[in-house]
Unconditional design. Structure first.
Ligand code: SF4
Length: 255
Protein backbone atom coordinates (compact mmCIF):
# COMPACT_ATOMS: atom_id res chain seq x y z
CA UNK A 1 0.00 0.00 0.00
CA UNK A 2 1.47 3.43 -0.95
CA UNK A 3 2.63 5.57 1.97
CA UNK A 4 -0.06 7.94 3.17
CA UNK A 5 -2.92 6.03 1.49
CA UNK A 6 -5.92 5.35 3.71
CA UNK A 7 -6.12 1.89 5.26
CA UNK A 8 -8.56 -0.41 3.50
CA UNK A 9 -10.95 -0.34 6.45
CA UNK A 10 -11.14 3.48 6.28
CA UNK A 11 -11.33 3.59 2.48
CA UNK A 12 -14.21 1.11 2.47
CA UNK A 13 -16.42 3.36 4.57
CA UNK A 14 -19.33 4.97 2.76
CA UNK A 15 -19.78 8.74 2.90
CA UNK A 16 -22.65 8.19 5.31
CA UNK A 17 -20.46 6.11 7.61
CA UNK A 18 -17.72 8.75 7.55
CA UNK A 19 -20.27 11.46 8.38
CA UNK A 20 -21.39 9.34 11.35
CA UNK A 21 -17.74 8.96 12.42
CA UNK A 22 -17.42 12.76 12.37
CA UNK A 23 -20.67 13.26 14.25
CA UNK A 24 -19.52 10.75 16.87
CA UNK A 25 -16.44 12.85 17.56
CA UNK A 26 -18.58 15.98 17.89
CA UNK A 27 -20.96 14.10 20.20
CA UNK A 28 -18.02 13.05 22.37
CA UNK A 29 -16.96 16.68 22.88
CA UNK A 30 -20.58 17.65 23.39
CA UNK A 31 -21.15 15.11 26.16
CA UNK A 32 -17.87 15.97 27.86
CA UNK A 33 -18.60 19.73 27.85
CA UNK A 34 -22.15 19.07 29.01
CA UNK A 35 -21.07 16.96 32.00
CA UNK A 36 -18.28 19.35 32.94
CA UNK A 37 -20.45 22.50 32.88
CA UNK A 38 -23.44 20.86 34.57
CA UNK A 39 -21.25 19.17 37.17
CA UNK A 40 -19.66 22.49 38.17
CA UNK A 41 -23.15 23.67 39.13
CA UNK A 42 -24.12 20.46 40.89
CA UNK A 43 -26.52 19.33 38.15
CA UNK A 44 -26.65 16.46 35.71
CA UNK A 45 -26.97 17.27 31.96
CA UNK A 46 -30.57 15.99 32.10
CA UNK A 47 -31.41 18.36 34.95
CA UNK A 48 -29.79 21.29 33.07
CA UNK A 49 -31.82 20.46 29.97
CA UNK A 50 -35.05 20.35 31.96
CA UNK A 51 -34.37 23.83 33.36
CA UNK A 52 -33.73 25.10 29.82
CA UNK A 53 -36.93 23.45 28.52
CA UNK A 54 -39.11 24.86 31.28
CA UNK A 55 -37.56 28.33 30.80
CA UNK A 56 -38.06 28.24 27.02
CA UNK A 57 -41.54 26.74 27.00
CA UNK A 58 -44.14 28.44 24.80
CA UNK A 59 -46.84 27.13 27.11
CA UNK A 60 -45.35 27.59 30.59
CA UNK A 61 -48.75 27.08 32.24
CA UNK A 62 -49.18 23.65 30.67
CA UNK A 63 -45.76 22.04 30.98
CA UNK A 64 -45.79 18.87 33.04
CA UNK A 65 -43.39 15.96 33.46
CA UNK A 66 -44.91 14.10 30.49
CA UNK A 67 -44.32 17.05 28.14
CA UNK A 68 -40.75 17.40 29.40
CA UNK A 69 -40.13 13.68 28.82
CA UNK A 70 -41.51 13.98 25.28
CA UNK A 71 -39.38 17.02 24.44
CA UNK A 72 -36.25 15.31 25.72
CA UNK A 73 -37.11 11.94 24.17
CA UNK A 74 -36.53 10.20 27.53
CA UNK A 75 -38.78 7.90 29.57
CA UNK A 76 -41.24 9.24 32.12
CA UNK A 77 -39.16 7.56 34.83
CA UNK A 78 -35.99 9.44 33.82
CA UNK A 79 -37.82 12.76 33.59
CA UNK A 80 -39.63 12.22 36.94
CA UNK A 81 -36.38 11.39 38.71
CA UNK A 82 -34.61 14.50 37.34
CA UNK A 83 -37.61 16.72 38.12
CA UNK A 84 -37.66 15.35 41.70
CA UNK A 85 -33.98 16.20 42.10
CA UNK A 86 -34.56 19.75 40.80
CA UNK A 87 -37.45 20.20 43.23
CA UNK A 88 -35.21 19.02 46.10
CA UNK A 89 -32.54 21.49 45.02
CA UNK A 90 -35.03 24.33 45.15
CA UNK A 91 -34.80 25.07 41.41
CA UNK A 92 -38.20 23.81 40.34
CA UNK A 93 -41.57 23.52 41.99
CA UNK A 94 -44.65 21.52 41.16
CA UNK A 95 -48.01 23.26 41.15
CA UNK A 96 -51.53 22.04 40.56
CA UNK A 97 -52.82 22.89 37.11
CA UNK A 98 -55.65 25.41 37.56
CA UNK A 99 -57.45 24.00 34.50
CA UNK A 100 -57.13 20.39 35.68
CA UNK A 101 -56.69 19.91 39.41
CA UNK A 102 -55.28 16.39 38.94
CA UNK A 103 -52.49 17.55 36.64
CA UNK A 104 -49.20 19.00 37.84
CA UNK A 105 -47.27 21.74 36.08
CA UNK A 106 -43.64 22.68 36.54
CA UNK A 107 -42.43 26.17 37.39
CA UNK A 108 -38.95 27.57 37.92
CA UNK A 109 -38.15 29.11 41.28
CA UNK A 110 -36.20 32.43 41.18
CA UNK A 111 -32.98 30.40 41.63
CA UNK A 112 -34.14 28.05 38.90
CA UNK A 113 -34.60 31.02 36.55
CA UNK A 114 -30.98 32.07 37.19
CA UNK A 115 -29.68 28.53 36.65
CA UNK A 116 -31.75 28.13 33.49
CA UNK A 117 -30.19 31.24 31.99
CA UNK A 118 -26.77 29.59 32.11
CA UNK A 119 -27.97 26.07 31.37
CA UNK A 120 -26.96 26.27 27.72
CA UNK A 121 -23.45 27.61 28.33
CA UNK A 122 -21.92 24.19 27.86
CA UNK A 123 -22.77 24.34 24.16
CA UNK A 124 -20.38 27.28 23.62
CA UNK A 125 -17.49 24.96 22.88
CA UNK A 126 -19.40 23.49 19.92
CA UNK A 127 -20.63 26.92 18.81
CA UNK A 128 -17.01 28.13 18.71
CA UNK A 129 -16.03 25.23 16.45
CA UNK A 130 -18.95 25.93 14.11
CA UNK A 131 -18.22 29.67 14.07
CA UNK A 132 -14.65 28.85 12.95
CA UNK A 133 -16.06 27.50 9.65
CA UNK A 134 -16.58 29.75 6.61
CA UNK A 135 -20.16 31.05 6.49
CA UNK A 136 -21.06 29.12 3.33
CA UNK A 137 -19.99 25.85 4.98
CA UNK A 138 -21.96 26.68 8.12
CA UNK A 139 -25.06 27.22 6.02
CA UNK A 140 -24.49 23.93 4.17
CA UNK A 141 -24.02 22.13 7.48
CA UNK A 142 -27.25 23.66 8.79
CA UNK A 143 -29.17 22.51 5.70
CA UNK A 144 -27.77 19.00 6.15
CA UNK A 145 -28.69 18.90 9.83
CA UNK A 146 -32.20 20.11 9.05
CA UNK A 147 -32.56 17.22 6.61
CA UNK A 148 -31.34 14.75 9.24
CA UNK A 149 -33.63 16.13 11.95
CA UNK A 150 -36.57 16.01 9.53
CA UNK A 151 -35.91 12.35 8.71
CA UNK A 152 -35.50 11.38 12.37
CA UNK A 153 -38.59 13.38 13.26
CA UNK A 154 -40.58 11.48 10.64
CA UNK A 155 -39.43 8.19 12.19
CA UNK A 156 -40.37 9.31 15.68
CA UNK A 157 -36.75 9.32 16.87
CA UNK A 158 -36.66 12.97 18.00
CA UNK A 159 -39.35 15.25 19.39
CA UNK A 160 -41.19 17.43 16.91
CA UNK A 161 -38.91 20.28 15.83
CA UNK A 162 -40.12 23.82 15.16
CA UNK A 163 -38.26 24.21 11.87
CA UNK A 164 -38.74 26.57 8.94
CA UNK A 165 -39.12 23.65 6.56
CA UNK A 166 -42.39 22.65 8.24
CA UNK A 167 -43.71 26.14 8.94
CA UNK A 168 -46.71 27.72 7.26
CA UNK A 169 -44.84 31.04 7.10
CA UNK A 170 -41.94 29.55 5.12
CA UNK A 171 -41.68 30.29 1.43
CA UNK A 172 -38.59 28.46 0.14
CA UNK A 173 -36.71 29.73 -2.92
CA UNK A 174 -38.99 32.72 -3.25
CA UNK A 175 -36.01 34.81 -4.42
CA UNK A 176 -33.94 32.40 -6.55
CA UNK A 177 -30.34 33.40 -7.22
CA UNK A 178 -30.16 35.83 -4.31
CA UNK A 179 -28.01 35.45 -1.20
CA UNK A 180 -31.21 35.10 0.85
CA UNK A 181 -33.38 32.98 -1.45
CA UNK A 182 -36.17 32.07 1.01
CA UNK A 183 -38.85 34.22 2.60
CA UNK A 184 -40.34 34.23 6.08
CA UNK A 185 -43.90 35.50 5.86
CA UNK A 186 -44.01 36.03 9.62
CA UNK A 187 -41.30 38.70 9.62
CA UNK A 188 -41.97 39.53 5.97
CA UNK A 189 -38.31 39.39 5.05
CA UNK A 190 -35.98 37.28 2.92
CA UNK A 191 -33.93 34.65 4.78
CA UNK A 192 -30.92 32.63 3.67
CA UNK A 193 -29.87 29.07 4.47
CA UNK A 194 -27.78 30.41 7.34
CA UNK A 195 -30.91 32.00 8.86
CA UNK A 196 -33.00 28.80 8.89
CA UNK A 197 -34.44 27.93 12.31
CA UNK A 198 -34.53 24.54 14.00
CA UNK A 199 -36.44 25.69 17.08
CA UNK A 200 -38.37 28.85 16.21
CA UNK A 201 -40.82 30.23 18.75
CA UNK A 202 -43.04 31.68 16.00
CA UNK A 203 -43.26 28.48 13.95
CA UNK A 204 -46.76 27.31 13.12
CA UNK A 205 -46.95 23.89 11.47
CA UNK A 206 -48.10 23.74 7.87
CA UNK A 207 -50.56 21.01 6.87
CA UNK A 208 -49.09 17.60 6.11
CA UNK A 209 -49.46 17.93 2.33
CA UNK A 210 -48.04 21.45 2.39
CA UNK A 211 -45.06 20.32 4.47
CA UNK A 212 -43.97 17.78 1.90
CA UNK A 213 -44.37 20.37 -0.86
CA UNK A 214 -42.32 22.94 1.09
CA UNK A 215 -39.58 20.35 1.50
CA UNK A 216 -39.63 19.46 -2.18
CA UNK A 217 -39.33 23.12 -3.17
CA UNK A 218 -36.62 23.74 -0.55
CA UNK A 219 -34.50 20.81 -1.76
CA UNK A 220 -35.08 21.15 -5.49
CA UNK A 221 -34.81 24.93 -5.71
CA UNK A 222 -38.01 25.77 -7.56
CA UNK A 223 -39.81 28.91 -6.35
CA UNK A 224 -43.22 28.39 -4.78
CA UNK A 225 -46.18 29.52 -6.84
CA UNK A 226 -47.84 30.63 -3.57
CA UNK A 227 -50.80 28.38 -4.34
CA UNK A 228 -51.72 25.31 -2.36
CA UNK A 229 -51.45 22.04 -4.30
CA UNK A 230 -54.45 21.43 -6.48
CA UNK A 231 -56.20 24.61 -5.38
CA UNK A 232 -55.59 27.38 -7.89
CA UNK A 233 -57.74 29.92 -6.11
CA UNK A 234 -56.33 29.60 -2.63
CA UNK A 235 -53.45 31.68 -1.32
CA UNK A 236 -50.32 30.30 0.31
CA UNK A 237 -51.15 29.32 3.90
CA UNK A 238 -48.77 31.95 5.27
CA UNK A 239 -50.29 34.76 3.24
CA UNK A 240 -52.20 37.43 5.11
CA UNK A 241 -49.83 37.54 8.09
CA UNK A 242 -50.06 40.88 9.83
CA UNK A 243 -47.89 43.56 8.25
CA UNK A 244 -47.23 44.85 11.74
CA UNK A 245 -44.99 41.86 12.45
CA UNK A 246 -41.97 43.57 11.02
CA UNK A 247 -39.39 42.58 13.61
CA UNK A 248 -38.07 39.18 14.52
CA UNK A 249 -39.05 38.39 18.07
CA UNK A 250 -36.39 37.20 20.45
CA UNK A 251 -37.64 33.64 20.18
CA UNK A 252 -37.45 33.76 16.37
CA UNK A 253 -33.87 34.87 16.67
CA UNK A 254 -33.12 31.64 18.49
CA UNK A 255 -32.19 28.29 17.04
S1 SF4 B 1 -38.28 31.97 10.95
FE1 SF4 B 1 -39.87 31.01 12.23
S2 SF4 B 1 -41.81 31.94 11.53
FE2 SF4 B 1 -40.27 32.33 9.94
S3 SF4 B 1 -40.49 30.63 8.48
FE3 SF4 B 1 -38.89 30.04 9.95
S4 SF4 B 1 -39.99 28.87 11.53
FE4 SF4 B 1 -41.53 30.05 10.39
Amino acid sequence: MPRGAPSSSTADLTTGQRVVAGLSKVALVFRHAQWEASGRRGLTPTQSQILAIVAGSRVPDRLGVKAVAEQMAVTMGTASEAVGALVSKGLLRKEADEADGRAVILRLTPRGVREASVASEWSEVIVDAVEAMPEAERATLLRGLIGMVRTMEGRGLVPTARMCVGCRFFSPNEHPGRSKPHHCLFIEAPIGDADLRIDCGEMEPAGEQERSRLWDVFVNGRPLDRQCPGDAGRAHPGAGVSKSRQTVSSSTKGA
